[in-house]
Design a protein around this ligand. Structure first.
Ligand code: C6P
Length: 422
């Protein structure tokens, strides 16, 4: 079937055919998957990469002198190079494999924050943050005596270079900010924020799982010092992700975990450690996951992140218009202004809304019955819910394989919800 593609050149039918799960049903209806903010679907090439390791290689990395172990090590290193290229990091040592963005944030918080912050220092962050980029900083503040300061948001939940500047002082040592809100899809002005942080002698940590999976990211041109992201939100497996860190910063940090494979020499009383990234990767890693991660970034690059971002931009504009027309709908964030975002920044492919007084979970349950998967609730971002003044929202989040028909199915299901609750 040929779908109404948003642009004539975007190969939507081919892309959809590459995701086996899109041929399946949910509650007896063809699946409409709009929960990409939580996790993405996996294309066959990623499944194959994991399967190949599990069926044909299976050996551990860095340890064996035999062929299978050598092959595992080579493929593991190739995956790191692919991830480095994907974000344009300077060298492979700046890419640390982790369990995901949450672990990446904690490595920075404990390895950098706990080591270098002290009483009187300030950590600047925002109410936009996912808990993964807030709670570690709360913990660091409590342990070191550093203070958290929040960048003021405008009524649509945006920050500006001026509002960032107003929160940053000469005591600011670190700015921790999302690359893209998982609630509204809003993307803060990162380059300007990095410049302000650096002008004041602070480092910047960008919480990137939503940004990196949906938009081209170049860590060098953005000027970010740390970037966290997760494979599973970008067509890769769960349980694996990455921390990008500037080499000099990573070298100065302490690891979060200690054990095998990170050491140079171990005596009875002390040990010396390898350099980056090895000192952060103790223990046997998620090898099949890392190989799947490498396949995922190569797959995304083969389509092109610009093309994916354009596709989602069109889907979002259509969704904001169609969902916004459903009686009783309230949209949140920049899309509440129908896509007209401040500072020339378009929001990413996320639409958060409520349907009259109907509880988001009730909306989600009716949508589920119609074969439409969305996320409902507070999205691990309670301060953002407090800012919006709601306990939760319904969130439709789009990705490379979604279509205008998916949005039509969402809208029909919302009308059905209104009927059910009338
Ligand atoms: N957001 C969502 O439905 P992990 O779980 O470690 O892969 O990613 C954590 C994380 C950090 N930052 C942002 C902006 C995120 O969106 C997430 C994960 C999912 O919105 C699960 S709560």
């Amino acid at each position: 079937m040929t779908r109404r593609s948003v642009t004539r050149t975007y190969p939507i039918d081919r892309i959809r055919a590459e995701f086996p799960i899109l041929g399946t049903t949910m509650r007896g209806k063809p699946l409409v998957y709009l929960d990409n903010g939580a996790t993405s679907l996996k294309p066959q090439v990623v499944i194959d990469a994991e399967l190949d390791y599990l069926t044909r290689i299976s050996a551990s990395i860095h340890r064996g002198v035999y062929q299978l172990s050598e092959e595992a090590t080579v493929k593991f290193d190739e995956a790191r190079a692919s991830v480095r290229q994907f974000i344009n990091a300077g060298d492979d040592g700046e890419v640390v494999f982790t369990k995901g963005a949450t672990e990446s944030s904690n490595i920075v918080a404990f390895g950098w924050g706990r080591k270098f912050l002290k009483a009187g220092d300030e950590i600047v962050t925002t109410e936009l943050e996912h808990h993964a980029n807030l709670i570690p900083w709360q913990q660091v503040a409590a342990a070191t005596g550093a203070k958290l300061r929040f960048v003021p948001l405008d009524p649509a939940g945006r920050v500006s270079p001026e509002s960032v500047q107003s929160a940053v002082t000469e005591r600011t040592r670190l700015v921790a900010i999302t690359g893209m809100s998982n609630v509204t899809g809003y993307m803060p002005p990162l380059r300007e924020t990095a410049e302000i942080a650096h002008r004041n002698g602070a480092v910047i940590v960008v919480d990137g799982p939503q940004l990196v999976s949906h938009h081209p990211v170049d860590v060098q041109s953005l000027g970010c010092d740390f970037l966290t992201f997760s494979a599973h939100k970008m067509c890769g497996p769960t349980g694996v992700g990455a921390l990008y860190g500037r080499r000099d910063l990573l070298e100065a940090m302490d690891p979060l975990l200690y054990g095998g494979d990170m050491i140079v020499r171990v005596g009875k009383e002390s040990a010396t450690f390898k350099g980056v990234p090895d000192k952060f990767e103790t223990g046997t890693p998620n090898i099949s996951g890392v190989l799947g991660f490498g396949a995922a970034v190569n797959y995304l690059r083969s389509i092109g992140m610009e093309a994916i971002a354009d596709h989602e931009r069109e889907l979002l504009a259509y969704a904001a218009r169609r969902v916004g027309e459903v009686p009783g709908v309230t949209l949140y964030g920049p899309m509440a202004e129908r896509g007209v975002a401040a500072g020339g920044v378009d929001p990413g492919g996320i639409l958060s809304f409520n349907l009259g007084e109907i509880h988001p979970h009730d909306v989600g349950a009716v949508l589920d019955g119609e074969g439409v998967a969305v996320r409902t609730g507070f999205h691990c971002a309670q301060p953002m819910m407090q800012f919006l003044g709601v306990p939760g929202t319904v969130r439709a989040s789009f990705y490379l394989y979604n279509t205008l028909e998916d949005i039509d199915r969402l809208v029909n299901a919302l009308h059905k919800t209104l009927e059910v609750f009338s």
